[in-house]
Ligand binder design. Structure first.
Ligand code: AGP
Length: 608
């Protein structure tokens, strides 16, 4: 997630900007940049990597300025390079902007501005905003900003300065958090109050379509039509630690609750407005090759491997292309058979998992086309693949993967619809599956709003030493994922199985001390799941069921039931995994485990 800090006042800007942006490092980033106005010029420095790299480049020339902007970039469009780092400038170099969000129509705007003679220096979507403001500049910076933003579609949090209107710092918000700090003879802009808490506790939260014009002594807020808006000044009550987690106790819980937004961001700009046909920019140049794919191999590890299993069911069910899912660590050493027209899909949140990286190198040597599904732009797997799709889920800090997993499922679904479009699969395109995906973020929120029901179940079972997770069809990989979540953060032993497999051994484990979680949503194999539940109950096992909200019979058959909204089978895993994420989280907290940094685990396994 990008971080923004802006300052205008009577103190030196540099220390305020540097200390502020360092407070936002936890959000994850891959490059940074600063611009200040001094005398009659804007001076700017940018760097790839940590803030300390930027500090090495900032010399005394920054010291005299009392206004400026600084930014940490989490790459979404364009790799993490100095050119792509913010701030971005217009052609004249007199307007500097920093941006958090995604500009959906940036391709259109960039082409229009280039036709008008604007020259771009970066691959980013953000840079179009600086040139758009320049194209509208007449008298005041704020008027140029208002006119420019009327052309923008997508999400933005912006801080803007200009040499042609030097005494002003402009903030503008649509879809990305932006806050104004009110000090004595000074004003601040930030994407997160953590950055300015040491200077002021008095803040104004901008709402969508609002612009704030800040000078040293004054703040004026309007909407994009220049209608004056009066804003309430709030006083921050939180301490710093809580703020970095946006008030959540752990990053993992924050990321579980970020899933509705992460899922929305995974879809942003990827549908044609009027017919829901899916376009994926990162696959555009490979459409001809992908049209002829006859076999798909998915390689991944851990949670990403579970997402791959769901992808196998999805693509085979809807496109009839044979898919197999392999542990990357096995694939890389077993001399796999790769035929012509084989695509290898690498799924990896970090994009740095050593086994997955080695697997795609092996596959590439054997002639496969490599498609990556990663969350980190500029990561090794993303860079080495022939084409790819980014999750846009924002940084995932908690070691246990949550929002990346559900975003992976959403992106694989988009890939299925994309392949259906380029391969002319009328059946898939006719039944408007895309609208089902658009409903998912709201349905996830409905589940998150009932977290207290999960807490009650967690309290009953937090001291158990073993768990079984059982599911069928699309919910079999969810059973594996639920078991992995529990064991990796609460250290309770848990196993996931296809429910029918229970009879082939695990049923020997069933007794009153073995709680069994069934993912029992109403699908074509629901009646089979009911028989499996009965087999557990007759042997004294405790049953916790995840069931569809229309199911009014299952509560009589199990010990606990948690209901989830209904959707198509292929998207059910996004909903059925949420209560399992929350169950694992709550039990780990009750067992006083280090939820964000579980023992023995790393966020990215970059070694074998
Ligand atoms: C999941 O909660 C774990 N942190 C782990 O299994 C993880 O999914 C696995 O290491 C793969 O990581 P990647 O997605 O970054 O490649």
């Amino acid at each position: 997630m990008c971080g923004i800090v802006g300052y205008i006042g009577e103190n030196k800007a540099r220390p305020v900007l540097i200390s502020g942006i360092k407070r936002l490092e936890y959000r994850g980033y891959d490059s940074a940049g600063i611009a200040v106005i001094k005398d009659n010029g804007i001076i700017c420095e940018k760097s790839v990597g940590q803030i300390c790299e930027l500090e090495k480049k900032i010399n005394g020339k920054f010291d005299k300025s009392t206004m400026g902007i600084i930014h940490t970039r989490w790459a979404t469009h364009g790799a993490p390079t100095v050119e792509n780092a913010h701030p971005h400038f217009d052609c004249s170099g007199k307007i500097a902007i920093v941006h958090n969000g995604i500009i959906e129509n940036y391709n259109y705007l960039k082409a229009k501005l280039e036709k008008e003679g604007h020259n771009f220096k970066s691959e980013t979507d953000s840079e179009v905003i600086a040139h758009l403001i320049e194209s509208h500049f007449e008298e005041t910076l704020e008027d140029a900003v208002r006119r420019a933003l009327k052309e923008v579609e997508g999400a933005y949090g912006l801080a803007i300065i200009s040499l042609d209107d030097p005494g002003k710092l402009i903030a503008a918000r649509h879809g990305s958090q932006l806050i104004v700090g009110i000090g004595k003879k000074e004003h601040f802009i930030t994407s997160d109050v953590a950055a300015i808490l040491e200077y002021t506790k008095n803040v104004v939260y901008l709402d969508d379509n609002e612009i704030a014009v800040l000078t040293r002594d004054n703040m004026k807020t309007t909407d994009v039509d220049n209608v004056q808006i009066s804003k309430r000044i709030d006083e921050i009550q939180w301490n710093l630690d809580k703020i970095e987690k946006s008030g959540y106790k752990h990053f993992m819980l924050k990321e579980i609750h970020e899933q509705p937004q992460a899922l929305r961001d995974s879809m942003l700009g990827r549908y044609e407005k009027d017919n829901n046909l899916v376009h994926l920019g990162g696959l555009k140049d490979k459409e001809n090759v992908l049209r002829n794919i006859r076999r798909i191999i998915i390689v991944a590890c851990g949670t990403s491997w579970h997402a791959g299993l769901i992808g196998e069911y999805m693509i085979e069910e809807h496109l009839g292309i044979p898919v197999e899912v392999e542990y990357a660590s096995e694939f890389r050493y077993r001399n796999p058979v790769i035929e012509e027209d084989t695509m290898v899909v690498a799924i990896s949140q970090s994009g740095e998992t050593a086994d997955t990286l080695a697997a795609i190198r092996e596959a590439s040597k054997k002639g496969a086309i490599i498609l990556s599904i990663c969350n980190v732009v500029g990561s090794s797997i993303a860079r080495e693949a022939d084409c790819g799709i980014f999750l846009h889920a924002g940084p995932e800090i908690g070691v246990a993967s949550t929002k990346a997993f559900t975003s992976q499922i959403a992106v694989i679904f988009l890939l299925t619809l994309f392949l259906a479009r380029i391969r002319g699969n009328r059946e898939v395109l006719s039944n408007d599956m895309a609208s089902k995906l658009k409903e998912i973020p709201k349905q996830v929120q409905k589940i998150l709003d009932r977290e207290d029901q999960i807490i009650k179940i967690a309290q009953l079972y937090k001291d158990n030493g073993n768990f079984l997770y059982l599911g069928r069809g699309y919910n079999y990989p969810v059973a594996l994922e639920g078991a992995l979540k529990l064991k990796e953060i609460s250290y309770i032993h848990a196993e996931g199985y296809p429910a029918a497999e229970m009879k082939h051994g695990p049923i020997a484990l069933i007794d009153k001390n073995m709680p069994v979680v069934f993912i029992a949503t109403t699908d074509k194999v629901y009646s089979k799941i009911l028989s499996n539940i009965e087999e557990v109950r007759t042997r004294g096992g405790k049953v916790i069921a995840i069931a569809s909200e229309s199911n009014n019979e299952i509560s009589k058959l199990v010990d606990h039931v948690f209901y989830i909204p209904e959707t198509i089978d292929a998207l059910t895993p996004i909903l059925s995994v949420i209560p399992l994420q929350l169950l694992a989280y709550q039990m780990a907290v009750m067992r006083r485990c280090d939820v964000d940094k579980p023992r023995n685990l790393a966020k990215s396994v970059t070694v074998e």
